[in-house]
Design a protein around this ligand. Structure first.
Ligand SMILES: [Zn+2]
Length: 328
């Protein structure tokens, strides 16, 4: 059931959305952006449901006709538009589901809401088609454009929408979420929280994936190879990166987390801060084997790759350079 108090994290966003309802300053068009599909959907749907509720203001009542129909996805004043398995949302679809429908007044509510999922996949002409609706909206219209990369919107759309760019959820909320929702041992909680990086969708995938444990063990084997970066091991590591190209970011994150843990052991900060608590022995062993200088070289170079990965680097070459820099 959609309810603001059930959303994990995002408390600032929720507060400001609730304030906009309370002070009657709701916008006609929102972009809700995040690669965490679960959080993004929760925020958008809950906001829409609360706006539609006829009984209460900043939290939905769950009891009125509007709340009930909303939960069953058949509130007549809420429409969903998505790419219907196609790569993009075209102008025909937008015309049919939105433009031709928009002048019909709401049936039972104060507002009429259109939720466009993956709106950043709208073609340019589809975006142009909704521009007029955003520029001169009927007083009852609210558009919610859900996106993963808001930079894909035309500047004319961007400048006229209220942008809500959701930030990753902090580690404490993530830990609490895992304990509340999944049957996980406490020692596993940190590793799942760290690996999902504040993204509930990623967490959900991780926990459901049988391969995660296996993948993690492979990664620990990779860290063992870092102890001795001879030609053979460099080739093996490169091969692993190539075979798992789609998980490139995850691999780097994991390696980063691993050496962060080694740093904690070497600096005697305290075992309770470790993320890989269940792998303490291996961490201690590796911490004894490597020097601070070497550790810093790994952390610096891996961090550099993590920061630059989105700039369309040649990953093969970048991995090679990273390994050579670490080797020194
Ligand atoms: Zn209600």
């Amino acid at each position: 059931m959609y309810s603001f108090n059930k959303i994990i994290g995002h408390s600032d966003t929720i507060k400001s959305l609730q304030n906009s309802i309370k002070s009657n300053k709701v916008s006609h068009a929102y972009i809700i952006n995040s690669d965490d599909f679960i959080s993004r959907d929760m925020v958008a749907q809950t906001f829409a449901k609360t706006l539609m509720c006829v009984e209460s203001d900043v939290e939905s009542c769950n009891d009125c006709i509007s709340c009930k129909t909303f939960e069953h996805q058949n509130n007549p004043d809420v429409s969903y538009i998505d790419s219907e398995d196609k790569k993009s949302i075209g102008v025909e679809q937008v015309r049919e589901k939105l433009i031709f429908d928009i002048n019909i007044r709401p049936y039972q509510n104060k507002y009429k809401i259109y939720i466009i999922k993956d709106a950043d996949n709208m073609t340019e002409s589809a975006q142009n088609a909704i521009l007029k609706t955003i520029e001169e909206p009927c007083e009852y219209i609210i558009l919610m454009l859900l996106s993963t990369d808001y930079k894909k919107f035309l500047p004319t759309i961007l400048s006229r929408c209220m942008l809500i760019d959701l930030k990753p959820i902090n580690v404490d909320s993530m830990n609490k979420y895992i304990v509340d929702n999944y049957n996980k041992k406490t020692e596993d909680v940190d590793i799942y929280a760290a690996f999902s990086e504040g993204n509930i969708s990623r967490l959900d995938n991780l926990i459901k994936s049988k391969e995660f444990t296996e993948f993690r063990n492979d990664l620990i084997e990779i860290t063992k190879m870092f102890l001795k970066l001879d030609i053979e091991n460099i080739m093996k590591i490169k091969k692993f990166f190539e075979l798992n190209e789609k998980k490139y970011e995850e691999i780097l994150n994991y390696i980063y987390i691993w050496y962060r843990d080694i740093n904690i052991i070497k600096s005697d900060i305290g075992i309770k801060y470790l993320i890989n608590k269940d792998k303490k022995e291996e961490l201690e062993h590796q911490a004894n084997e490597i020097t601070y200088a070497y550790l810093n070289r790994i952390i610096e170079n891996v961090q550099y790759l993590r920061e630059n990965i989105k700039r369309n680097l040649n990953l093969k070459l970048a991995t090679h350079v990273m390994l050579l820099n670490v080797k020194g």
